[in-house]
Design a binder for this molecule. Sequence first.
Ligand code: ZN
Ligand code: ZN
Ligand code: FE
Length: 749
Amino acid sequence: MVQGVGFRPFVYRLAVQNGLAGFVQNRPKGVIAEVEGPQAAVDSFLAGVRHDLPPLAHVTQVESAEIAILHDHDFRIVESDAQGPADVHITPDAATCPDCLSELFDPANRRFRYPFINCTNCGPRLTIIRTIPYDRANTSMACFPLCPQCQAEYENPADRRFHAEPNACTVCGPQLTLLNAEGSPVDTRDPIATAVDLLSSGHVLAIKGLGGFHLSVDAARDEAVKKLRSRKYREEKPLAIMVRDMEQARQIVRVSADEEALLTSPRRPIVLLEKIKNSIVAEAVAPGVSNLGVMLPYTPLHHLLLRDRFAALVMTSANQVDEPISTKNREALKRLQGIADYFLVHNRDILVRCDDSVAFVAAGYPQFIRRSRGYVPHPLALRDCLPPVLALGGQLKTTHCILKGRFAFVSPHIGDMETPQARNFFDESLALMKRITDSDPQIIACDLHPAYYSTQAARELTAERIIPVQHHHAHIASCMADNQITGDVIGLAMDGTGYGPDGNAWGGEFLIADETHFQRFGHLRYLVLPGGEKAIHEPWRIAISLLRTAYGRNWKETAQKLKLIPDEAQGDLFEKIIESKIHSPLSSGLGRLFDGVAALIGLRRQVSFEGQAAMELESIACGSSGAPYPFEILPSDGEPCVLDMSAAIRAMVTDLEADRSRPRLAAQFHRTLIDAFTAMSEAMRRSTGLSRVVLSGGCFQNKILLTGTMDKLKLSGFDVYCHRDIPANDGGLSLGQAVIAASMIKKGC
Ligand code: ZN
Ligand code: ZN
Ligand code: FE
């Protein structure tokens, strides 16, 4: 990453300091510099190029060669050369740097309180890019001609805004406007001060940010948060908050040193942190869970909004349920009608939609739930060079991935492919990825599920070859790529659902896999989902299925005692549904087992979003402990072996009947899974001799499960790999699909 990060000025200063002549220029393959002068000066220059880089620059390789002396006298920065294929990496958007921040609040500075202040070390990047190379003319800043003062900064190699493409000031740059719900400008000389007043009095504001609009309310006002929830039809899903600074953050959540580093990094993700009881944040922000999603301000506008009045603002992606984040002013006005009371907008276009990234810290690394703004399009370095592939991802939390040489470029988070808006975004993202990688791979990878939107899209694209990849194999391959490992591994892929080649929904999978093949060594025992899709929204149905498996024909009595069914008659009805196999698919998904157990212990009968029951089960287990329950590994001749949790379910029911504490039960359930995963891994090691275990799938976003499994496997002598830069959930699928397809091509499969 050497474009748009002040790399050429850095080289310029280095050359001038060493008294060298020559030039530096952006090229499609990176940056090229020619220098001439005494040998010692050239050596010192070369050594310097590898050190003290500008904060956003990232250099993967430095090559040098001797050329004929040209007898130059000065050192110049030469215009970009757009010829040939681009191989230069576009940088992600970066949070306002400390230098800009102090200017923002300095009354003597000409950019005092200017909400679009930026420099070579900070500001918008990916989200304002139309095409490469990264020059102002190719960004949404093209329509703001620089004023003489800004132009002088832009041209002065000694200035910290030298070649800062989004450079702007009050005179020449973008401006804010405050609009009412009808889209008419509000009469105010200071839109920020008025916006702050409106938020203070409990209004819902739509605020245009870096990668899209946020919906915002004062996080301390319970009634304002509830109003936002009811208007957005988002009754329970936790909302993220933006907190003024670290000092305020510590009043609201517990923050470790690793978590603080992540919170304050220029990438500024939302970090999931443990709530402190009785903080100023309204309970309605994240009801029923022990965590809160917190981020720090990352644009000058955020700093200005939070500086004086608020400790924390709710900042949730402005969209309707399941739709992608809004980016355009007019689109936002239309789509957020009836939700936002006012719109704080500006006239710098967002060209690339980019949601906030979300992560938590575990096992010493950030674990991504969503990798988007601040990280995209920074590529992942692969272990080997692979053939070019485009992978289209899955159905939920979709991303795309393009492989180019030694790099994997994963797209911004696209989301769930259920709405026409999401499908448009899917196409937008595809075009973007091809443009910024300047490539159009003819090998396309997709999921095995015939009904996924991405699978259908793959068939409609012109391609040399389409390679469908099994969902859980892709999870394991993505984690392998994330750790730069290849060869045979033991893969634990744990999630809600993914299409299995046997036609069932898989999701509790113990695989022997490498980057081209996999074998299903074992799986969680199949569960009937009575009512199919309905069971996913009503986990009490899964609890019934669990009891029926654990108790055989006598399940009804237990179900009645646990108040899962009102009477014998409903039990008979269920028996019929399950026996007739109508609307009763089979699932080995660990996510479904979590849902069922949450319902069994009376945590909730219904869920309003995917993973809700599992999140709450984890939340109440946090801080409790207890012995594991029994489980069984059932061998099966020639078939994959089966991990059966029926004994655990029976033990749990006994505990429930004895009125044991639910947090303890939840903790014991986690403990049981950790032991079962270890026992299965040991069985796989005995059978194959393998000792590397790879953990992937959305269930490993459960911190207790992830850290518990890692610790226990390590104690048992395994090398354990979890995700580092890519989400364990379906957001990581595209990377796994791409690596599998490319490895198959490379090996001639
Ligand atoms: Zn800056
Ligand atoms: Zn200006
Ligand atoms: Fe999955």
